[in-house]
Design a protein around this ligand. Structure first.
Ligand code: ADP
Length: 608
């Protein structure tokens, strides 16, 4: 019996230390915590009673006092069982909080059940077997305790089986281990009544739970991780929503941009000409905003990939010069492109993103400079197969205040609004630029004198592709902005949206070619099978019944099919071009269709 007293006191010391430490810590107030908080002092109470019983049994054989202690021990068992079973429910079911209806009703049933056991523990007779080596309570009261234990354990296990998802989660391992351990100890206790097992087994379960799932620090970290995951998920859905909205907006915008651009080329009365110009400008800035949101949400959802491939850097630079000149419009700016001729022509990297980064800087320089000059410099440092492009865009514009430089790359951050009120912008351009530069392991730097001008410098490492000069294909030869006369040529446009068909036809009609429009992939296949010939097919990808990609693969199965097919899509994210080329399309055009891009495609693929 002295050994039993020693065991009780040892566990008592451990549990008092745990309770003190546990109470001194900040804790999350969730349901399992609440149950655990009650289980620790209850177990301490049980250990004290048990130690007293053994202690008393050594010195006296006055049964009525032992009887009172044994009754107290039974009350302990009932209390312990109640909170342990409740704890099991909480672990196996995902209750929201204390007000959760399911939790409330389960707790009610459990409370009634254990109150009955509590009363029975007090009134049912107990027999105590006492000799020199052990003391063992027997009788109906004891049997009832075992019954309460078995019912409690069975309830927890049924809960676990009903909610299998939670049965196998990390948190339930110590709980299940405690139950298994408790069952083994009870069986041993019944067979070897001289051993003391039940209350210490509870203490062991508490220690096990404390060091695995109920440690306040670990629980806090776990909760923080859960909160972070939830925030990440919410952010992800927000980004996905934004990107699908942007995609939806691009489709009608395609019509607005396309028709207004086409109207611009008509002979209109003076006032109408002005208004059309305003529509073009407004739709272009709306498109810029939509593209910006699409890009930033893709970047934040980690859906933007850098798609590397071979490209001709001089082609990219020439495009950028042409685009910048177009953006300057009537502004009297001196635009100076200065390119170091030693840059290797064929590089390996993501041309689309390199172009986007530089275009953002050039657009800003032009936007924020009223007069003076914009210098666009590109040089390189070469090291074996790596070419570090040093790109700088310098302007004599409004400049940026020193205190604003830090916020320059934050999204939706527009600076110096009193001066910029009349300049349209979203505050997304530089945020996207910075994130893209980071994705490409590059660097971006800003120097600016407020009122005098700014200089943005970007360093990007690109691979060098060594090619003999004759191998370098100059695609630029098809890049002229002249409208070719395509009389006698036939263009087929496939799109399930009537408005899109109208826009595309309007943009192509000035080439004087024959245009046929159809609204589905099935019609397209029938038409080609019927033997009708075309010089080019523009095929929308996102069609409802049969996608453009599916239609294209079916076309490929037709014997002798060799018409160039261009994918059309409102999904303008990076990597789309590569995706369509991989599918076998000849090229790709994003919607709203850019006049220059369309011209390039028609010049390249429609043979004389
Ligand atoms: P946006 O130009 O659409 O407002 P950006 O992210 O491209 O958004 O730029 C953020 C802010 O940085 C701009 O609102 C502007 O105040 C400032 N800024 C950017 N480039 C320049 C520049 N070249 N000169 C002066 N201010 C600039």
């Amino acid at each position: 019996m002295a050994v039993n007293i020693g065991v009780c006191i040892s566990f008592l010391i451990v549990l008092v230390i745990i309770l003190t430490y546990y109470n001194s810590k900040d804790k999350i107030n969730n349901l399992d915590n609440r149950c655990f908080k009650k289980l620790v002092p209850i177990t301490i109470f049980g250990l004290i009673i048990e130690a007293f019983i053994y202690f008393y049994a050594i010195f006296t054989d006055e049964m009525y006092i032992l009887n009172i202690f044994v009754k107290l021990l039974y009350i302990y068992y009932v209390l312990w069982m109640y909170y342990f079973v409740l704890y099991g429910f909480v672990v196996f079911f995902d209750f929201e909080d204390i007000d959760d209806k399911k939790y409330k009703s389960l707790k009610k049933v459990l409370t009634i059940f254990y109150i009955i056991f509590f009363i029975l523990s007090l009134v049912l007779p107990v027999e105590i077997e006492l000799n020199d080596t052990y003391i063992y309570p027997k009788g109906v009261g004891t049997t009832f305790q075992y019954l309460a234990f078995s019912i409690g354990m069975a309830c927890i296990m049924i809960c676990g089986i009903l909610n299998r998802k939670n049965f196998f989660k990390k948190q339930s391992i110590p709980l299940i281990s405690s139950i298994v351990f408790g069952i083994i100890c009870t069986v041993i206790q019944v067979v070897h009544i001289e051993f003391l097992f039940i209350v210490p087994s509870h203490a062991i379960a508490i220690v096990m739970m404390y060091f695995t799932i109920e440690n306040p620090d670990l629980a806090m970290i776990e909760q923080l991780n859960i909160a972070r995951d939830q925030a990440d998920r919410a952010n992800q859905s927000k980004s996905e929503f934004l990107s699908s909205m942007s995609h939806e907006i691009r489709t009608p915008l395609n019509a607005i941009v396309g028709f207004s651009q086409a109207l611009q080329e008509e002979n209109l009365p003076e006032q109408a000409e002005e208004e059309v110009k305003d529509i073009v400008r407004a739709s272009e800035s709306l498109l810029e905003l939509v593209n910006g949101i699409l890009d930033i949400s893709k970047i934040e959802a980690n859906k933007i990939e850098i798609v590397n491939g071979e490209y001709n850097i001089y082609e990219v630079l020439n495009d950028l010069v042409a685009l910048s000149k177009a953006r300057m419009g009537d502004k009297k700016l001196d635009f100076k492109p200065i390119f170091d001729k030693s840059i290797p022509p064929i590089l390996y990297g993501d041309a689309v993103r390199v172009k986007q980064i530089i275009l953002n800087l050039l657009t800003n320089a032009i936007k924020y400079t009223k007069e003076g000059e914009v210098i666009f410099r590109v040089s390189s440092i070469q090291n074996n197969s790596v070419c570090r492009l040093i790109i700088s865009v310098e302007d004599t514009g409004i400049g940026i205040k020193k205190e604003n430089i830090d916020q320059l790359f934050d999204k939706f951050q527009r600076l110096d609004l009193e001066k910029n009120k009349t300049i349209e912008g979203t505050g997304l351009g530089l945020a996207i630029t910075k994130r893209l530069v980071d994705l490409m392991n590059g660097r971006i730097m800003v120097q600016s004198v407020y009122g005098k001008g700014s200089k943005f410098t970007v360093a990007l490492d690109q691979g060098i592709i060594h090619k003999a000069p004759e191998q370098i294909k100059i695609e630029n030869e098809n890049n002229s902005s002249d409208i070719r006369d395509l009389t006698g040529k036939k263009v087929l446009i496939v799109d399930d949206n009537k408005l899109n068909l109208k826009v595309a036809s309007r943009l192509i009609e000035k080439y004087n070619c024959e245009i046929k429009t159809i609204e589905s992939g099935f019609e397209c296949i029938d038409l080609i099978k019927s033997g009708e010939q075309f010089d080019i097919i523009l095929m929308d990808d996102m069609m409802s019944n049969m996608s453009g990609v599916e239609t294209f693969h079916k076309l490929k199965e037709i014997e002798n099919f060799n018409i160039p097919v261009i994918a059309l899509t409102a999904n303008a994210i990076s990597g789309m071009r590569e995706k369509y080329l991989e599918e076998g399309f000849n090229d790709y055009l994003s919607k709203p269709i850019d006049k220059m891009e369309l011209n390039k495609i028609l010049n390249t693929y429609i043979k004389n």
